[in-house]
Design a binder for this molecule. Structure first.
Ligand SMILES: Nc1ncnc2c1ncn2[C@@H]1O[C@H](COP(=O)(O)OP(=O)(O)O)[C@@H](O)[C@H]1O
Ligand SMILES: [Mg+2]
Length: 273
């Protein structure tokens, strides 16, 4: 990485990354007596692919849930697009342009792929039932636009052949791809992926990696992802936050964190006293 400034930086592969899209400031989150996150700060830059890694129970999913507004931290501030974010419901956060996938797939199993992807579009459906009755034309135009956008995502992720298939009938790797499609249907500015490649075989992982890179490249979407496979992290991400026992123990380019002694110790399971 060249010089990091307020305005951004240029990646090793020559992409221009912008200023801070999201900034977490001194975040702490507890569940009763369990400290899931302790005083963590980091930022996510415009256009960046940012990874969060760490051993099981490190607090990675909790952190992504703070970013998505699902958990409200006891301490700290969340800044998005240069403004401090007030306490928000997850659907309000979604409206601001943040979409996510889950560590455990959350789709409507009995519904078709197409209908599942359409649900991702809900935040864009402006016209309510009453308005639909009054302005039928506008509602229909909106419906057509939404369908067109969804078809574009379906083409992009190469799932045309299964668009009518009930999700329940799909193999695991395809379900993960449909979940990505649903998140993209919301046209997010920031896409959050919680272990998008967990449980996948090598081929499925390669496909998913390619799609993550393509989404970033084609739509300019900023992406934050949690991933266990270090090879995938090294290949995909511009910068990496490393968590262990709820604390941040590393932050930098893949090469920087790979050579960080605290990170090496955490991964080798050196005792923490
Ligand atoms: N909803 C919850 N209620 C209570 N404890 C939780 C909850 N979610 C996470 N935790 C605890 O917080 C810690 C961090 O969990 P998590 O964020 O899921 O870690 P990771 O995603 O890195 O594996 C763990 O000790 C976990 O048991
Ligand atoms: Mg997790």
């Amino acid at each position: 990485m060249n010089q990091m400034t307020e305005e951004g930086y240029v990646t090793e592969d020559g992409r221009t990354i912008g200023g801070k899209l999201m900034e977490m400031k001194h975040i702490s989150l507890r569940f009763g007596g369990v400290k899931a996150i302790t005083d963590i700060s980091f930022d996510i830059r415009e256009g960046e692919i940012r990874a969060i890694i760490g051993p099981n129970g490190a607090g990675k999913s909790s952190m992504l849930n703070v970013v998505s507004g699902f958990y409200v931290p006891q301490e700290g501030e969340v800044w998005f697009r240069g403004e401090k974010r007030p306490q928000m419901r997850p659907y309000e956060v979604a409206r601001q342009g943040i979409a996510r996938t889950f560590q455990n797939i959350a789709l409507f199993e009995g519904m078709s792929v197409l209908d599942n992807v359409m649900t991702g579009r809900l935040t864009h459906m402006q016209t309510g039932i009453a308005a639909q009755a009054l302005w039928k034309g506008k509602a229909e135009r909106e419906e057509v636009e939404n369908r067109e956008f969804v078809e574009k995502i379906i083409d992009f992720l190469e799932i045309q052949a299964i668009r009518k298939t009930p999700v329940a009938n799909l193999p695991y790797g395809m379900k993960k791809r449909v979940e990505l499609a649903r998140a993209l249907a919301a046209e997010p500015k920031l896409l959050l992926l919680d272990e998008p490649m967990a449980g996948m075989n090598v081929e499925e992982k390669e496909d998913m990696s390619r799609f993550v890179l393509d989404v970033n490249d084609e739509f300019g979407t900023t992406i934050a992802l949690i991933e266990h496979d270090m090879g995938v992290v090294m290949d995909l991400s511009d910068r990496v936050v490393v968590m262990d026992y709820g604390k941040k123990i590393g932050d930098g380019t893949p090469d920087e964190v790979r050579n960080n002694q605290d990170v090496i110790d955490a991964y080798l399971g050196v005792s923490h006293d």
